[in-house]
Design a protein around this ligand. Structure first.
Ligand code: PSV
Ligand code: MN
Ligand code: MN
Length: 424
């Protein structure tokens, strides 16, 4: 199915007067509103191809209906999201979950929907049918050089796929680690990982980036070979200028100060990509902003401070991606909610009075600094985000429009009830 301009206009028309009232008020309160709108219009958040179907829990999977069964259908789903919010103009692929038969056709379809390809992801955390050697005991860190070679080759294949699609980055996340003390020699595991990554790095085109994602736990529970931002940064520094750390919000030990991590990675110019989601316990992959919206705001506060300090463009300086999994809600609705939560946090952080904050910090004015942050966080920026959507030709209320147009019902009619999208 396709969403037409006419559909957007019919959705917006009855809502415009109420929106204008709310927007006029916030405009009178926030002098920099136009600059914020402009930034929001430029800001695109990539949708993960693996989050378009219903994910499982450790105990079961209750597949949704009308899920995309092919890469083309996944791209169409992201096209629907982008038509509704004009802020999801990119897709991040996971290979081989995404089977790219004809890259030219896939690229054409994506660009007809206004989409580009963000980072391509390799997968050496599962064994595939035709695969010779197993990743049960890891991939790039494996004790057996033949397994490492196979995993390196897979990453090179993924880079080549990405080149065909116009992607500019590779994300490597490894399920390499150990579950019992003594299982691994930590130093050798790390060195094996480094030399494998060096081989992959050697195949990166000049204008590409390599994102090294870390995770403290899961699937292994004693050690992960790239377990935290320090280990990722160490690798990125040793690899060279095209290698960066990728922060996934769910990959830290409980209560980690992620905003401080982000700040220091940016200080080093080594933050490359982001996986947005939210969590209460671990890698819960819940809707962004659904559990800890203040943390999301504080992260954006540091992102803006660090990007501005480096002189990096907000929209293109980092790879902005969602990494989520849905087993309760319609995946498309959940993704619309995530994008909006990210935009809200970004807009609030743009409202922080940075010069006043600096002055408060210089005077050790603890209360003043806190008030400045909370003042921005407690501003209801939803009319600003809606105005940015309106000006970009999107829906004032994307979730509402998704429901009113009965999009899922129409996708079920097209694709059927018994559909399973590839992914976790
Ligand atoms: C691992 O938990 C992870 O965050 C990595 O980014 C993977 O590519 C993705 O999730 C797989 O679902
Ligand atoms: Mn991730
Ligand atoms: Mn994860």
């Amino acid at each position: 199915m396709k969403i037409h301009n006419q559909d957007i206009e019919s959705h917006n028309a009855p809502r415009i007067a109420k929106h204008q009232r709310a927007f006029q008020y916030i405009r009178s309160e926030v002098p920099e509103v136009e600059a914020v709108i402009e930034r929001l219009q430029q800001f695109q958040i990539a949708i993960p191809s693996w989050a378009l179907g219903t994910g499982g829990t450790r105990f079961g999977r209750f597949s949704g209906k009308g899920e995309p069964g092919t890469l083309e259908q996944k791209i169409e789903d992201v096209g629907l999201l982008h038509a509704l919010n004009q802020s999801s103009g990119a897709i991040s692929l996971h290979i081989p979950w995404d089977n790219v038969d004809d890259a030219t056709k896939v690229k054409e379809l994506a660009s007809s929907l206004g989409l580009s390809f963000d980072a391509v992801n390799s997968n050496t955390f599962q064994d595939q049918d035709a695969q010779e050697l197993s990743y049960k005991f890891g991939s790039l860190h494996h004790v057996d050089p033949a397994v490492r070679k196979q995993a390196v080759q897979h990453n090179i294949d993924v880079i080549n796929r990405g080149i065909e699609l116009g992607s500019k980055s590779l994300t490597v996340w490894l399920a390499d680690g150990s579950s019992f003390p003594g299982q691994l020699n930590f130093r050798e595991a790390f060195q094996n990982t480094l030399s494998s990554l060096q081989e992959i790095y050697a195949h990166l085109p000049e204008d590409w980036k390599l994102f090294v994602e870390y995770k403290a736990f899961e699937p292994f529970f004693y050690s992960m070979t790239i377990g935290d931002w320090g280990q990722s940064l160490l690798l990125a520094n040793k690899l060279g200028p095209k290698a960066y750390t990728l922060v996934d919000l769910g990959h830290h030990l409980p209560n980690a100060n992620i905003e401080q991590i982000v700040s220091l990675l940016l200080m080093e110019g080594k933050l490359g990509g982001f996986h947005f989601n939210d969590s209460k316990y671990s890698d819960d992959d819940l809707t962004a902003g659904s559990i800890k919206p203040y943390q999301l705001f504080l992260i954006f506060n540091e992102l803006i401070d660090g990007l501005d300090h480096l002189g990096w463009d907000h929209a293109t300086g980092l790879g902005w991606m969602i990494d989520a999994s849905h087993n309760m809600k319609d995946p498309l609705v959940d993704l619309l909610q995530s994008v909006e939560a990210i935009q809200i946090a970004y807009a609030q952080a743009l409202l922080v009075n940075r010069s006043a904050l600096k002055q408060a910090q210089a005077k050790n004015d603890v209360v003043g600094a806190q008030e400045i942050l909370q003042d921005a966080f407690r501003t209801d920026v939803r009319p600003i985000v809606a105005e940015a959507r309106l000006r970009s030709g999107a829906a004032l209320q994307p979730v509402r429009m998704f429901n009113d147009l009965e999009i899922r019902k129409r996708l079920i009619e097209e694709r059927g009830e018994n559909t399973v999208a590839t992914g976790l």
